[in-house]
Design a protein around this ligand. Structure first.
Ligand SMILES: [Zn+2]
Length: 184
């Protein structure tokens, strides 16, 4: 999985193009290790809201879903850990349309409140997703990575969106998500 394009929108959302090279599998189906390791590393992710078509919890959905969808939830989780409950909940969505685009292309859009942190979170989430299925995941020191992002957050400016009432539900997507409510 590779993030091939990053566009910061003026609404404190970032839109990513994510590509999975054909013929690599693009779902977690048959790759039970991915969700198992993911929820072990990030237990809170099991409780994230997930607006999938079947009404599954994210824990259930992650057993058989598109890998960029897991990446989207991970981006929300990493940013949530950096913010430590500050600010409103962040949301995201994953879309694709292979009747128009090449097979394996996805669009992941997530809220952010700090551009520098978002960029770091994107690269970290990409690394984690690509390592989850391999032994390389042991080399990712998450507490250290999160501490580094928190330091970046402290040193840089936050994004302040203009109020937009229709933003979160304006795109029809089968997969709309949000962090769990509340702080941690
Ligand atoms: Zn979801």
């Amino acid at each position: 999985m590779k993030v091939t394009e990053i566009v910061f929108l003026s609404t404190c959302r970032v839109r990513l193009v994510v590509e999975i090279a054909d013929p690599a599998p693009y779902t977690t189906h048959g790759k039970a290790r991915i969700p198992r390791r993911l929820f072990k590393m990030f237990p809170r992710m099991a409780f994230q809201r997930c607006g999938n078509e079947d009404g599954y919890s994210f824990r259930r959905e992650a057993q058989n879903t598109e890998i960029p969808h897991v990446f989207e939830h991970l981006l929300l989780e990493i940013q949530g850990q950096v913010r430590r409950g500050a600010g409103g909940p962040l949301a995201g969505e994953t879309q694709w349309n292979w009747t128009v685009d090449p097979r394996g292309r996805f669009y992941v859009t997530v809220d952010y409140d700090n551009e520098i942190v978002a960029l770091g979170a994107i690269r970290l989430a990409e690394r984690v997703i690509n390592a989850l299925d391999s032994k390389d995941i042991a080399r990712v020191d998450m507490p250290r990575e999160i501490a580094r992002l928190r330091e970046l957050a402290r040193l840089s400016r936050r994004c302040h969106p203009r109020p937009q009432t229709s933003r979160l539900h304006s795109l029809s997507s089968p997969l709309g998500h949000a962090e769990p409510a509340g702080s941690f």
